[in-house]
Design a protein around this ligand. Sequence first.
Ligand SMILES: N[C@@H](CCC(=O)N[C@@H](CS)C(=O)NCC(=O)O)C(=O)O
Length: 209
Amino acid sequence: MKLYSFPGAPNPRRVLIFAAEKNIALDIINVDLMGGEIKKPDFLAKNPSGKIPVLELEDATCIAESVAISRYLEAFHPEPNLFGETALETAMIEMHHRHIEMELHTAIGAAWVNGPVVASMGIIRPIEAMRERGDRNARSYYERLDRELASREYIAGDRFTVADISATCMIDFAGAMVNLEPDAGLTHLKAWRDRIGQRASVIANPISG
Ligand SMILES: N[C@@H](CCC(=O)N[C@@H](CS)C(=O)NCC(=O)O)C(=O)O
């Protein structure tokens, strides 16, 4: 299986860490993200959204969206389970994962696309009020996570799941590229990040690529 990726990009990194947890070997193809390769017809035929990651199967079927790819991998490699075992656990992981994606990822994404790095690429016109709101919402979500992680070890409960992968990839990206490193005073969030950072799957797939 081929994975279209880019070193350090947060969404492909979610899949790389997920696959590493399950010891799944992927054939990594790094696209020319800056050169606009993923907006050209050849790549749009693989993913009409023009984004990575994309998983290409042996028969050339392409799966986009990091969660869809991860679910596919989990179906074929169920161990270790990362999406939930029982009905209740699956629902709880899904709930926390959706909160991370729809609230934290959205906030960091707004701060990123309206921030100085994207502005310097001249791709879109930044809106400062959107950057400020994304920044505020991300920091407020960090505080929420810090409160939640005071009473449990992982994002969705007492074990490592896909929700931890999505959260760590986005927070690492926010710290490295969006000037949104969590405050050092958020000690429960920091302890969680240190815990996640010790995993072999995360060490093997650093944010810097
Ligand atoms: N919801 C998608 C997001 C994919 C995404 O935004 N990927 C980024 C790289 S981390 C990308 O391709 N950006 C290029 C662009 O949007 O033009 C997923 O989870 O896979």
